[in-house]
Design a binder for this molecule. Structure first.
Ligand code: N01
Length: 506
């Protein structure tokens, strides 16, 4: 079953060869690596640009970083954690969990850390991928992109931002050397990251301006530390962890009805959010500013018990006039008001539908993923393969995203599919495998049909869920158990394949 990682050449350059190369070691790449190991494989490598596993949970270390999905569900099904200390874990606990899983399953030896992929090109003659990295060239029979959707900070194109003289950093690149105590700080953005950052720093800064473009909907965060008897029971009774997980999964899955199938059903959640807003924001002017103007669920629903109280503090202002420019020591809004600041925190999200990684991967016809997506939008098949990219699979590819439940569930579905694809590739003696265009087109037509009536399209908001063509190319429009069953086995009939020539005896 296993081949050795060997040396080959790319042009005149020596290259290291592996049967499978996975790029990225967040929840998805790491999970796939573990499965390949469990299949008895030693012929794979994981190229990771950071110096540790964890991906987005390694990078997002901003104060208050925590998960919006309870960890009993937001974890691998094969590695349930008896040690969670609370219902919604904070970033350090999640990162420790991921590191622990990597150690437990012994996959770190397959990793090359601090190794950034800078380009990948399909070599049709040799039926392999040629991969350029910060640590030299690699080749692979099968390439798996597991780079994640939330890895490339999206820096806003605001006039003068590069000339700001104070401290400025993105939420996903938090500068821990910077002490914000007693400073005048601006936070740009009011998404999932910002609403965790704002309450964490509001009490220690001298003044905080929160630059809001769109007011988000907030729901209560039912979070608490587990009591000692609960911790004891969860640690000692594995079935309890499974039961707890199943309960959270089932409860969250009911949201799909309102989000994807019948948006008016979202009114019940909207009523809860509205009541929360009325109860927690007493000042009518502030209440007016932070009342959303779209149907709940259209943008990601946020959960916090601390955000509105933080906005209500005397030293915090919500600024809604839109940023005109940033000067050396200030932010100027479109109404001409200039507010002096010592530091700016950019919490403006990530390049989701326009990741820079797309510029670096050239497929069968030489076109990059960016060029293909620019023409037709992000389209793939089961979020795991894209026509024109033979022998390449994608973790968290097009339309795999979710807002309501655990991405790890989707990731494990893809692990099943891609690991089976690799197994079938070998068992059938395949040389190439590429998803058929007609199959991909039909799959996407069906997705877009389903998405037409979903709240993400009908709810009256602009969001990064939609690409520049107006299509929702990020979210899965159905129950997640449907995704699980669709990806249970690799369906080779959806692919064009060629087989490796059988070696002739001389
Ligand atoms: O980013 P976002 P995020 N000028 O894109 C605003 C995951 N996550 O880092 O709404 C001014 O959601 C933008 O405004 P608008 C989760 O999947 C998970 O907060 O576009 N403002 C918005 O308010 C999440 O969805 C957890 O009008 C600008 C904000 O910046 C994803 O990460 C925790 C602007 C960006 O919000 C990203 O969240 C945290 C500009 N030029 C994050 N450009 C969990 O708990 C953008 N904005 C699992």
């Amino acid at each position: 079953m296993s081949r050795k990682v060997t040396d080959k050449a790319v042009g005149n350059q020596p290259a290291r060869h592996a049967h499978v190369i996975i790029v990225g070691s967040g929840f998805s790449g790491l999970g796939l690596a573990i499965r390949l190991t469990q299949q008895g494989r030693t012929d794979y490598l994981v190229l990771e640009r950071g110096s540790d596993v964890g991906g987005t949970w390694r990078d997002n270390t901003y104060p208050g970083a925590a998960c919006d999905v309870p960890s009993q569900l937001y974890s691998y099904s094969f590695a349930l954690n008896p040690e969670w200390t609370r219902s919604f874990s904070k970033q350090p606990e999640i990162q420790r969990y991921i590191q622990g899983v990597a150690d437990k399953y012994g996959v770190r030896d397959h990793h090359i850390f601090d190794c950034e992929m800078t380009g990948a090109r399909w070599n049709a003659a040799d039926a392999r991928w040629e991969i350029q990295t910060s640590q030299g060239a690699f080749t692979a029979d099968i390439l798996v992109s597991a780079v994640g959707a939330l890895c490339e900070p999206n820096l806003p194109d605001i006039k003068g931002i590069n000339d700001f003289q104070g401290e400025i950093f993105h939420s996903a690149r938090w500068n821990h050397d910077s002490d914000l105590t007693g400073k005048r700080v601006a936070v740009i953005g009011t998404g999932a990251s910002a609403i965790q950052i704002v309450p964490s720093i509001a009490a220690k800064v001298a003044h905080l301006d929160v630059y809001q473009r769109t007011a988000p909907w907030l729901l209560p965060r039912v979070d608490r530390e587990y009591l000692a008897p609960e911790k004891f029971a969860l640690k000692r009774i594995p079935a309890l962890r499974g039961l707890y997980r199943a309960g959270i999964y089932a409860a969250r899955e009911t949201q799909v009805v309102g989000l994807a199938k019948f948006p008016p059903a979202m009114l019940a959640l909207e009523a809860i959010a509205r009541a929360k807003l009325l109860a927690e924001v007493r000042d009518p002017e502030l209440r007016r500013k932070v009342t959303p103007n779209f149907r709940i669920g259209c943008k990601r629903m946020l959960i916090s018990n601390e955000y509105y109280p933080a906005l209500s503090r005397d030293n915090v202002d919500v600024v809604t006039d839109g940023i005109k420019e940033i000067r050396a020591n200030s932010v100027v809004t479109k109404d001409g008001v200039e507010r002096e600041v010592d530091a700016i925190i950019v919490a403006t999200g990530f390049h989701v539908t326009d990741s820079p990684v797309y510029d670096t991967v050239a497929g069968r016809d030489g076109r990059t993923l960016a060029e293909v997506f620019d023409a037709i939008g992000q389209q793939g098949y089961k979020g795991s393969a894209i026509h024109n990219y033979p022998n390449m699979f994608f973790m968290l590819g097009p339309n795999v995203g979710l807002g309501h439940t655990s991405m790890v569930f989707m990731i494990e579905s893809q692990i099943n599919y891609i690991a089976d694809a690799v197994a079938q590739f070998d068992a059938r003696g395949l040389r190439t495998v590429e998803v058929r265009k007609d199959v991909q087109d039909e799959f996407n037509a069906d997705l877009q049909r389903k998405l037409q009536g979903a709240v993400w399209s009908t709810g009256g908001c602009a969001s990064w869920y939609l690409d520049k063509h107006g299509n929702n190319t990020t979210l899965w429009p159905d129950f997640t158990f449907r995704f699980r069953s669709l990806l249970e086995k690799f369906d080779v009939s959806a692919y064009e394949t060629t087989t490796a020539p059988v070696a002739q005896a001389v």
